[in-house]
Design a binder for this molecule. Structure first.
Ligand code: FAD
Length: 281
């Protein structure tokens, strides 16, 4: 087994673009709080098929105007090459130099897959059109993507994205650190040495987490599921357990060499700030 390459640690926070003026205000407050933790960048999600195109851009520009590095997500399914190029040009004109390149998922009932089938094609397109302008992040799946034909195929598909020019990766969230370290070892075995930063989902609400996890293929370990179920509607106990479990996960990931953490904040600062303090970062 090849040894893993060491990378400097990178910490980042992910937001979704708010829909309402109240949501915009709330995200500003969340950002003010999280900015004190001095992350490397804030990323902003993008609705597949372009449903949040303008709101993603507005949010990214606001973050950038506040003096922080902002990384828009960009998903390609359902899009044309011209459409993606127009978005890249817009980002380039505004001095954005960091993107998270994804395939995305087609909304159900949509028949037109567009001109890109997979994220590796998007990465290749961004590199061909814009050279080295953008730092390109891609998604990685320590527990494998739910549509992958096999674990091996998924790993080889991840390799395609790296070979197409990805600079680093952020993982889908997971609760089993062994899955992550196994994935890093598999990458090292294939000679892939870009940083793969673990994506961290704080636990604040069990039913929402169970729904998300079923959809994206992230496994909630039996002991965690049973504990969380046992709290019923007792939100305070769910949060307390979530803070303990996720702090322990992050601690283990960092101690064993993860190159940073990327938090799925869901536009909330509370849980992330507490985990951060407990980790002594
Ligand atoms: P891909 O890497 O293209 O993989 C998708 C599937 O196709 C996998 O099963 C893979 O094994 C297979 N595959 C890949 N390449 C090939 C190939 N060449 N031939 C055959 N099979 C192939 N979604 C959004 O809509 N907006 C967001 O902002 C967003 N942000 C995300 C951020 C992170 C960090 C992560 C982990 C996910 C995010 N997602 C987002 C979800 C993501 O779009 C979905 O997980 C989607 O189903 C897969 O996207 P991908 O870029 O990983 O796709």
């Amino acid at each position: 087994m090849k040894s893993r390459k060491k990378h400097p640690r990178t910490f980042s926070f992910e937001f979704f673009p708010p829909k309402t003026p109240q949501g915009v205000e709330k995200l500003r407050a969340t950002r003010r709080q999280l900015a004190q933790l001095q992350p490397k960048f804030f990323s902003v999600t993008y609705g597949a098929g372009g449903s949040t195109r303008d709101r993603t851009l507005e949010t990214v520009l606001e973050i950038q105007a506040e003096g922080y590095d902002a990384a828009p997500h960009l998903s390609c399914i359902g899009s044309t090459r011209d459409g993606i190029l127009a978005i890249l040009e817009q980002y380039r004109e505004h001095g954005i130099r960091h993107v998270v390149a994804l395939r995305g998922d087609l909304p159900s009932g949509t028949a037109d897959v567009g001109e890109f089938r997979y994220a590796n094609e998007l990465v290749e397109f961004i590199r061909a059109q814009t050279g080295d302008h953008f730092h390109i992040e891609v998604a990685a799946y320590p527990e494998y993507h739910p549509q992958a034909r096999s674990a091996r195929d998924d790993l080889l598909n991840f390799k395609r994205k790296v070979e197409a020019g990805a600079d680093s990766a952020i993982t889908q969230y997971f609760f089993n650190p062994d899955a992550y370290f196994n994935f890093l070892d598999e990458c090292a075995g294939l000679g892939l040495d870009i940083p793969v930063v673990p994506g961290i989902m704080p636990i604040t609400n069990f039913s929402q987490l169970a729904r998300f996890s079923d959809a994206c293929g992230a496994e909630i370990p039996r002991w965690m599921r049973l504990k969380l179920q046992s709290y019923g509607d007792d939100i305070a106990s769910i949060r307390a357990f979530g803070l303990d479990a996720i702090t322990a996960l992050c601690d283990r990931l960092l101690t064993q060499g993860a190159p940073g953490l990327h938090f799925y904040t869901l536009n909330q600062a509370g849980a992330v700030s507490t985990i951060w303090q407990r980790l002594g970062l």
